[in-house]
Design a protein around this ligand. Structure first.
Ligand code: PMP
Length: 382
């Protein structure tokens, strides 16, 4: 521990596990370790019951039936199961339709399917990051295996009009998947109202543990998806392997701690305070992505002429912030999201993402602004 702890402003990459979630999980590390699929003894039944209770909590949080929740290792795996599973089930070898700002784990699967001979149709977004429904409509023709449109973007926080997307897909008979990973921790997600057939979630974006997520597979879509891994037939035969009881329990517990509307409004005020602070530091900053509706914790902006990489590096170890998505960091490539909304290379290089969490305080923001000011004005030679 340092005497000057890091202010964590990277919640869209991951959130801290809440104390209540940790406490719910601990007994399943120390005591409830039986294989939840062991049907011959009471210890196995107890673990299985804990998992089924967690499944209900997850289902309840997203408006699904418990039987429609397939546990996975996280949203990356959920996205893989959705797209690869739909491709495996579709004998017609139809096209894959995605937006240009999908998470890497959707785009990369689309490209892999393209290499395997499928047509990949990438629908553009406008400069605010919003999908053009007419462009989506134009991309859904002929045999389409699956349409995958993320509900809330992890880099620029924009929220898509999923009702319009769902109406369109329904009218064309297209299978619709949505990556809702960034939506569950704050908005009232209801898969039925959204009209999606498949939806991906991840516990570590909502104060749950890493390594656990879920794919919602509506009962009506069961025949349109096939397993991509083979084994013991767990999870409706769609996702084999022994379920990690503590992680499932933690995911379920996190789903019972979702913020209400007032909490989300307070969260927005904290983010607004952060925006005011960075606007004082950089009066010429420009917000990337639509202002509203937007993830309550997300700020993504560019400051003409600034070297974001240098600023982020100089802010260490005082402020955790990022230049883009954690999933691409480490790989020296530009954000495909920022390029898709029309930013030049220089503008993308001058962009920073800050993301507050539900528990971020005003005083943490003030401390972060002080550190960012120091980082911004440190002479380059230091
Ligand atoms: N989709 C989105 C929108 C995400 O933000 C993330 C995490 N960055 C993922 C998928 C991948 O989630 P996981 O870490 O659970 O694999």
């Amino acid at each position: 521990m340092t005497s000057n702890p890091t202010v964590f402003l990277d919640h869209q990459a991951s959130t801290p596990v809440s104390q209540a979630v940790l406490e719910a999980m601990l007994p399943y590390f120390s005591g409830g370790y039986a294989n939840p699929h062991s049907e011959d003894h009471s210890a196995g039944w107890a673990a299985s019951q804990a998992i089924e209770a967690a499944r209900e909590q997850v289902a309840c949080a997203v408006g699904a039936e418990p039987s429609e929740i397939v546990f996975t290792s996280g949203a990356t795996e959920s996205n893989n199961l959705a797209l690869l599973g739909a491709a495996a089930a579709d004998g017609e070898r139809g096209a894959i339709v995605v937006s240009a700002i999908e998470h890497k784990s959707v785009l990369a699967i689309g490209r892999a399917l393209q290499r395997a001979g499928r047509e990949l149709r990438v629908v553009p977004v406008d400069e605010s990051g919003l999908l053009n429904i007419d462009a989506l409509a134009a991309a859904i023709y002929g045999d389409v295996t699956i349409v995958s449109i993320g509900a809330v973007n992890n880099e620029i926080g924009v929220v898509q009009d999923m009702a319009a997307v769902a109406d369109l897909c329904r009218s064309r008979g297209a299978l619709l998947h949505s990556d809702v990973t960034q939506g569950v921790g704050w908005s009232a997600v209801d898969v039925e109202t959204m009209g999606v057939d498949l939806a991906s979630f991840s516990a570590h974006k909502l104060r749950g543990p890493k390594g656990i997520g879920a794919l919602f597979v509506s009962l009506a879509a069961t025949d349109r998806i096939a397993p991509v891994m083979h084994g013991g037939g767990q999870e409706r035969g769609l996702r084999p392997g022994t379920l990690p009881t503590p992680l499932c329990v933690g995911f379920g517990a996190a789903c019972t701690l979702l913020p209400n509307k007032a909490d989300v409004e307070s969260w927005r005020l904290v983010t607004r305070h952060l925006l005011n602070g960075v606007e004082q530091l950089f009066p010429n900053l420009i917000l990337n992505g639509a202002g509203d509706p937007r993830h309550p914790g997300n700020l993504n902006f560019r400051v003409p002429g600034i070297d974001a990489q240098l600023l982020v590096a100089r802010a260490q170890p005082h402020v955790a912030l990022s230049r883009g998505a954690a999933c691409t960091s480490g790989i020296p490539e530009q954000s495909h999201v920022l390029r898709a909304i029309g930013l030049s290379e220089e503008e993308a290089d001058a962009s920073i993402r800050l993301s507050t969490g539900l528990d971020t305080t005003f005083s943490e923001i003030d401390a972060a602004i002080v550190e960012l000011a120091k980082a911004a004005y440190l002479p380059e030679s230091l």
